[in-house]
Design a binder for this molecule. Sequence first.
Ligand code: FES
Ligand code: FES
Length: 274
Amino acid sequence: MAATASAASGAVPTVVTFSVNGHTQKVLQRLAEDDRTGSDVTATTSLADYLRLHRGLSGTKIMCREGMCGACVVNVTSQNPATGQMESRAVNSCMAPVRACQDWQVETVEGVGNRRDGYHPVQARLAHMNGTQCGYCSPGMVMSMYSLLKSGEEVTPERVEQTMDGNICRCTGYRPILDAFKTFAADTDEKTRQLVRDIEETAGCRGGSGGACRPSAACAGCPRAAVALTAAEDDWRLPESLPQALRDAAALSAGGRRVRLRGRQHLRWCSGQI
Ligand code: FES
Ligand code: FES
């Protein structure tokens, strides 16, 4: 039906091929807004909308839609047509139409790190150094910093400040965000290096199988391994899934005990990416 309609109008459908977090995308572009041939995107669909609405990757945020706030930043690796070299850079995905993405390798905040597979050091340091509050700007901040690291440029405190120039935060304040990212600078002092080691020991674990966190002997000292804690009259649980949370709540409330739900720092981080 689609092929017939296109043939009847004489139009040739355009396929754009690129990858998102290592997965190949073949997107058929409608040739006009009123083209109803079953294609995926129009000529004006932005990469940000494609990621969120077509791929369900809502970690990439949208706020201004005009390249000003940095909420939608993703990392793109592609060939520089002038030099022929592959180059990696931060891109405001609200300003990039899908039709311009041919042969791009796109990475989103979900591909860089997540709760299941483990967080990237950029994410871990931002969260642990209190650089995220509502979390709406955090994915864009992470992707801008990740892109700076991936570009291979020398990271200096000045370069970090320049990189974050295009990212707006409305609630945390820039000091903790910049402090977190300046820990990547080559001339970081010994005190900061120790702090960074501590953060990554607790946040950098990707699990033996690459899957969800499963406490084992190797996890000694890791706060994530504390599935159940008991202190005085309190009984704490750290569920890994909603069914587990409901089972724990039912067990804890047996006998009329009161149950409270508390968020931890990395849980707050998760809600920022949803
Ligand atoms: S949504 Fe603000 S820069 Fe893209
Ligand atoms: S907008 Fe930056 S943490 Fe809320």
